[in-house]
Design a binder for this molecule. Structure first.
Ligand code: SF4
Ligand code: SF4
Length: 298
């Protein structure tokens, strides 16, 4: 499968110490996205000229680098990627390496001691369920070898259902319940997402719902009510049917990924957007807690 990054995290992308693979390609176009290099399924180059003090033109035999600026038209057609593969130059980061399910299993096997009792492998993105075949193959292999698995998903695909049946722990986004607001936030309808979340909520799988709180998009009082009512209803049905509570995490939007947009040669779309106020976060919390939902902080 094609990934744009991998790395370790603790209690942030599922329980315990986890090795996280970020899969490339997403069907949404969220303007606050913290991983713009995860949107396209294709390999991409991030370029950070400020990391270099001297000349760097020599790392590119195709002439895409000229006086610390990158000609992305030339760069897009490069097959060799010498700047990374030969020169390992710190100005460049390649997003879009390939890793096979067998390689992931091998890494998991050598990492067993690091996982401890609760950890394991997490697949995030981008949207991981878009690479269904290899994702399912990986999940089955890891399952057969007794390795705990988590998926972080926007829950927007038909294949989400098959993935949800195999994975140990689901972490799903809920961005908006109003379809109009959802379309303006992500570019797509939320009809399938709400169905998938209802299905996930009524399964025995471990489940965490994440709400990205984005100023001016899902911070209005009516939408906060719609989101918290949807979750309160799901929580109650989950509790009644399975005795399991719904757990929710609020993700306050941030500007930490601004440099990635620059690295991709893209304008940062959130420059003029302020962080959501603590009063908005408090309102979300109050509505959720009053419904008996557990708020998770990581
Ligand atoms: S990816 Fe290829 S074309 Fe682009 S800067 Fe590196 S070597 Fe040059
Ligand atoms: S769903 Fe996630 S990865 Fe995809 S564009 Fe939105 S924030 Fe980015």
């Amino acid at each position: 499968m094609r990934i744009f990054a991998s790395g370790w995290s603790f209690d942030k992308d599922g329980p315990g110490q986890r090795l996280v693979f970020y899969l490339k390609g997403c069907n949404m176009r969220c303007i606050w996205c913290a991983n713009p290099e995860g949107m396209s399924p294709d390999q991409e180059m991030l370029f950070y000229p400020e990391r270099c003090s001297g000349t760097i033109d020599y790392v590119c035999s195709r002439g895409a680098i000229n006086d610390k600026s990158l000609n992305r038209v030339i760069c897009r057609n490069c097959a060799g990627i010498d700047c990374v593969r030969i020169w390992h130059h710190k100005c460049f980061e390649l997003a879009g390496e390939y890793i096979s399910p067998d390689e992931i299993l091998a890494l998991a096997e050598t990492s067993r001691d690091m996982f401890g009792r609760h950890g394991g492998i997490t697949f995030g993105g981008g949207e991981a369920t878009l690479q269904t075949d290899e994702l399912l193959k990986s999940l089955r292999l890891l399952h057969e070898h007794g390795i705990n698995t988590v998926i972080e998903s926007n829950a927007s695909t038909l294949d989400f259902v098959s993935v949800a049946q195999i994975v140990d722990y689901l972490i799903c986004d809920l961005k908006a319940v109003s379809d109009t607001i959802h379309r303006s936030m992500t570019g797509i309808s939320n009809e399938l997402i709400l169905n998938n979340l209802n299905m996930a909520g009524m399964s025995k799988k471990e489940l965490l719902i994440r709400i990205p709180v984005v100023t001016g998009l899902n911070t209005g009082q009516p939408e906060i009510k719609r989101i918290t009512s949807f979750l309160a209803d799901l929580h109650q049905r989950r509790l009644d049917a399975l005795g399991l509570p719904l757990r929710v995490e609020l993700l306050r939007m941030h500007h930490a990924s601004k440099s990635k947009y620059a690295g991709m040669g893209l304008p940062y779309p959130m420059t003029a957007v302020e962080l959501p106020g603590q009063d908005i976060i408090a309102e979300y919390k109050q509505e959720l807690i009053s419904s008996g939902i557990e708020i998770v902080t990581t």
